[in-house]
Design a protein around this ligand. Sequence first.
Ligand SMILES: Cc1ncc(COP(=O)(O)O)c(C=O)c1O
Length: 399
Amino acid sequence: MMTTGQTHLFIPGPTNIPEDVRQAMNVPMQDMRAPDFGELTKPLFAGLKRVFRTETGRVFMYPSSGTGAWEAAITNTLNEGDTVLMSRFGQFSHLWVDLAERMGLDVQAIDCEWGTGVPVERYAAVLEADKTHRIRAVFATQNETATGVGSDIPGVRAALDACGHPALLFVDGVSSIGSVDFRMDQWGVDLAVAGSQKGFMLPAGLSMLGVSQKALEASRSATMRRCYFDFVDMMKVNDDGYFPYTPPTQLFHGLKAALARLEAEGLENVFARHHRLAEGVRRGIWAWGFDLCAKEPKWHSDTVSAIVVPDEIDAREVIRIGYEKYRASFGTGLSKVMGRVFRIGHLGDLNEGTCLTALAIAEMALADAGARIELGSGVAAAQEWYRQVEVAQFAAKAA
Ligand SMILES: Cc1ncc(COP(=O)(O)O)c(C=O)c1O
């Protein structure tokens, strides 16, 4: 069928790729063993360290989606049978637990209500009670993409420090790093996972893993089997800008352009923009009279909003209508919340117009699906917010 105009992508990853980033990837193939290959790759490691905000750690890049970096983090630093503390409150934190169990870890998983996040106080109590330091690692999902929930990573750090617990801190930052505040060194994060297709505004296929010196030290004695993701193979060649296997050079060119964009805007401004745009979307949702899946303001995510539809509506129908009738993709409800929520991703390359279009199309799809909402109400509420509030108001706070 002949289509006109843009097909809108309002899912929380893969996100929209800015035109200059897309063009930057349109380059001929090149020799990944050429003497000058490091000129392309070495600045990428340095740029990623700035985004992860680590000076003392290092960053690995794997040709994989984010899940690969989850696996890399675990297999390089832990041993089969190690006890680890995790929490589950959405599909991605659930999958992380699943991966850890399949890798042979003894997972102590705290199940929390979906719509809440990392249970910092419960973590503190478990860590405090672990006098023999049996727990080797603590895991925290900074942004649960399935439910639109952000969690308090400095709080987890504080819980570890309060009882002098030496466990490694693993953070899933796949849908947060590069979009919302993240400070690897300051927050004492030992392993930080990110993926190219979210805040980095790239195609899927490149995962990034921030690794602290403490985690590198742990990797020297960790016995879990690993090959493709082994830090040692990477480190042997990374410092000169090379890789132990064929790297995705086009993605590197894209990353170079994406990092240049993030640096030109300034990370504080990137975070402030995400907050301001997200708040407009939230105000739109509330103007419809709907709730977010996130139970309280402290859980609000600045990269994705999961919207609970009225009981009589099936969220899958809203998504189907949005796609088939209005050519816009919204994120579906995953697992437990399937049919109950749909999601608007608001991360990466976007502005007021993007969010207003998402709300406007969502309103039409909701109305078509039988929801009783006033057309334009959400759009108007977001418009009011965007007109009144400048990015600069939040940038100072993020600095
Ligand atoms: C928070 C979070 N963690 C992990 C993943 C898995 O990443 P990937 O699909 O890139 O393997 C995702 C994917 O959406 C995610 O949102």
